[in-house]
Design a protein. Structure first.
Length: 277
């Protein structure tokens, strides 16, 4: 009978822990409920930091050796990165990115937050290390940043769609927008007000139409495209402000576009809310 009570107690404690992880109840309530069922004070919840410190203290010497060895390796790579040959400078971040994404995908089932965080960190590594490689090799003044942003955009969009990671997918389109803006600044340095609108408005309308077209097959993709289309709608004014193009017209343009977008979104609210829901 005592063994049965112990089994029930452990089951309740595990259920409370699942409520804590899923944020179903506030953490202080979970602590209170858990303390009712835990007889040993050492078993009681000590909060996130307390549990983390407890796990560190209980770690084996192999885990300590792995942690310090990994930290030493990271320091060595950072300090001597400039001395590495170019293929190693490019290949090493690729291996690290692949490892982060692989572990993130594995963790995503048990701990979605940790899994998505690992994937996000892995996807940010190529951008940060890529700019370091460009700077070390003197490619910052050429088309190097554009190539880097373009490759990151393609990678983020592809992985975002494949992994159903909407935020990563959206960052991919933001990188594409930045790349497009930099290309416009190089190829059309002195555009008129009308030309700036022509550069961006068709793309905004295209993305909003694609959002409607694709939302039936993949709502996540439809939501990302709709958000990107709204950003593209206001990009002419952002571009004009950044490059000093007829700045006295920017406020009027923004007010007109807000009015047009507001009326259109109100009239079509039943349609676009279905796309992004």
């Amino acid at each position: 009978m005592a063994a049965l009570d112990e089994e029930k107690r452990n089951l309740v404690v595990k259920e409370i822990e699942s409520w804590r992880r899923s944020k179903l109840l506030p953490e202080q309530y979970c602590d209170f409920l858990q303390n009712l069922y835990l007889e040993d004070l050492n078993e009681r919840s000590q909060g996130y930091m307390g549990n983390a410190i407890k796990k560190i203290g209980q770690a084996s010497w192999k885990l300590w050796l792995l942690a310090f060895g990994s930290f030493t390796l990271i320091c060595f790579v950072v300090l001597h990165f400039s001395a590495f040959p170019l293929p190693l400078q490019i290949g090493l971040p690729g291996v690290v990115t692949t490892a982060f994404v692989f572990v993130g995908v594995k963790q995503r089932g048990n701990n979605p937050t940790r899994g998505l965080l690992l994937i996000g960190v892995g996807m940010a590594i190529p951008l940060g290390v890529g700019f370091a490689v460009l700077r070390l090799n003197g490619w910052m003044d050429d088309f190097g940043p554009l190539w880097l942003l373009g490759l990151c955009a393609i990678t983020w969009i592809s992985c975002g769609i494949y992994l159903s990671y909407a935020l990563l997918h959206w960052f991919g389109w933001m990188a594409t927008i930045v790349t497009y803006a930099l290309l416009l600044a190089r190829q059309a340095p002195n555009p008129s007000i009308l030309e700036v609108q022509i550069f961006w408005i068709p793309a905004a309308l295209l993305f909003i139409w694609l959002s409607w077209f694709l939302h039936v097959r993949n709502k996540s993709v439809g939501t990302v495209l709709f958000a990107t289309g709204l950003i593209l709608w206001f990009m002419p004014e952002v571009y004009s402000a950044l490059y000093g193009i007829r700045e006295n017209w920017i406020q009027l343009e923004i007010m007109i576009k807000i009015l047009i977008a507001g009326v259109a979104m109100f009239r079509l609210r039943k349609q676009w809310m279905e796309w992004v829901a």
